[in-house]
Design a protein around this ligand. Structure first.
Ligand SMILES: *Cc1c(COP(=O)(O)O)cnc(C)c1O
Length: 395
């Protein structure tokens, strides 16, 4: 692969590309859909809500008939909280599988909710494995639910959700999945992976703008959720029952965001659905990973664990490399990257999701090349300790 010298096209509308895992760069059509006002009680808007729910269910594929979709106002974390509070009964006990910030956030949410839980904390990025989960569930028969993160966006790891699901159901427990950053780009077919509920939001792989999330759950779980929630506004059962009865959201919906999301879903379908969207993201990832490696950068994760959502790179050990400066110079070239979240070593992240293709990713690599030159960084190689870290991860 030859990395071109930097020839950045002006970013569209003069704004930089967001190489961040949501909010992300949306298409012009999605932005344009927000130029009109909607009455939330009006038939037209109710039609939008219904089409969104139907289209989201369609993304499940085979087995979708047993599920329903409940949109919920707020950012993704509001929907996670709504899911946990609604589907875990007050006397349930939950095992949270954490290998990054979002797993820990679920555990923290359960603490706020006063729901009994135990945590498997694998640190910054090591994946929770099926056999470990089986072991924990065997040792503690009081556990009723397991919460797993599909793609842990803080490192970019794609967790082994299939083997986790197998262990959970072999032990007679129920699985709830935070698929926030993966849903819409990575299959989660109920015919292949068992779960009770998943959660995602408008501003991730469907490429909408932020403002609401959605819970997709088995209808029998939705029925059984009545009375579980501690919260009026986050009660998934109440939102579901009201929406089915009236076609409306219980409280003011983010109307413009919802209208834009419908356009985003239609574009998602036009791209070939989950497979088409996923393929573009895989290509984005492959181009940025091979290009950055060619510049001397190293990824935190070995290839087997790299998701097509976001990639963590180690910061170079070269003393001329200062992340804040790298960030500014990349931004000047039209690319907003994302600081890393590792505790032991410095890192940064590059998102692969949003309205970007392999050509944009090639420009990202070119921008990184030019930026290293401007900073006087001669080697992008990470410190030895970073590679020792990575060695802990199975291939
Ligand atoms: C984005 C994200 C969330 C939700 O974050 P918000 O900032 O509340 O939208 C939750 N879990 C994962 C894995 C995410 O990537």
């Amino acid at each position: 692969m030859t990395i071109p010298d930097i020839t950045i096209e002006p970013p569209r509308l003069g704004e930089p590309y967001l190489l961040t895992p949501g909010p992300l760069t949306t298409s012009y059509a999605v932005k344009e859909a927000m130029l009109r006002d909607w009455g939330s009680w009006d038939d037209d808007f109710r039609g939008i809500t219904l089409e969104i729910r139907t289209r989201l269910l369609d993304l499940l594929g085979e087995g979708k008939e047993e599920f329903d979709c409940v949109p919920m106002q707020g950012s993704g974390s509001f929907s996670v909280e709504a899911m946990l509070a609604s589907f875990i009964p007050l006397d349930g006990k939950t095992l949270v599988l954490a290998n990054g910030a979002y797993g820990l956030r679920s555990a923290q949410t359960l603490k706020y909710l006063g729901r009994d839980h135990t945590l498997l904390d694998k640190g910054d990025y090591l994946p929770p494995r099926g056999d470990e989960v089986a072991e924990i569930l065997k040792d503690d028969p009081s556990i009723s639910h397991v919460v797993a993160i599909h793609c842990e966006t803080s490192s970019g790891i794609l967790n082994p959700i299939e083997e986790i699901s197998e262990a959970v159901y072999a032990a007679g427990c129920k699985l709830l999945v935070d698929s926030m950053s993966a849903f819409g780009a990575i299959d989660l077919k109920p015919s292949e992976i068992r779960y009770e509920a998943i959660v995602s939001s408008a501003n991730k792989c469907i490429e909408g703008v932020p403002g609401f999330g959605f819970i997709i759950a088995r209808k029998d779980e939705l029925e059984a959720a009545k009375g579980n929630s501690h919260s009026l506004s986050l009660d998934v059962h109440a939102q579901w029952a009201h929406m089915n009865k009236t076609g409306q959201w219980r409280f003011t919906p983010p109307t413009h965001v919802v209208a834009a999301f419908l356009v985003a879903l239609r574009l998602h379908e036009a791209e070939g659905g989950v497979v088409g969207r996923g393929n573009r993201y895989f290509e984005n990832r492959d181009v940025v990973v091979s290009g950055m490696r060619e510049l001397g950068f190293e990824t935190l994760l070995k290839d087997r664990w790299l998701s097509p959502i976001i990639v963590t790179f180690f910061c170079p050990s070269d003393e001329n490399f200062i992340f804040e400066k790298f960030y500014e110079l990349m931004k000047n070239k039209g690319f907003i990257i994302y600081p890393g979240k590792l505790t032991a070593v410095d890192s940064f992240r590059v998102g692969c999701i949003g309205q970007m293709d392999e050509n944009v990713m090639l420009q990202v690599v070119a921008a990184a090349k030019g930026t290293l030159e401007e900073m006087g960084v001669t080697s992008a190689a990470p410190p030895a300790i970073a590679l020792e870290e990575r060695a802990k991860l199975a291939a």
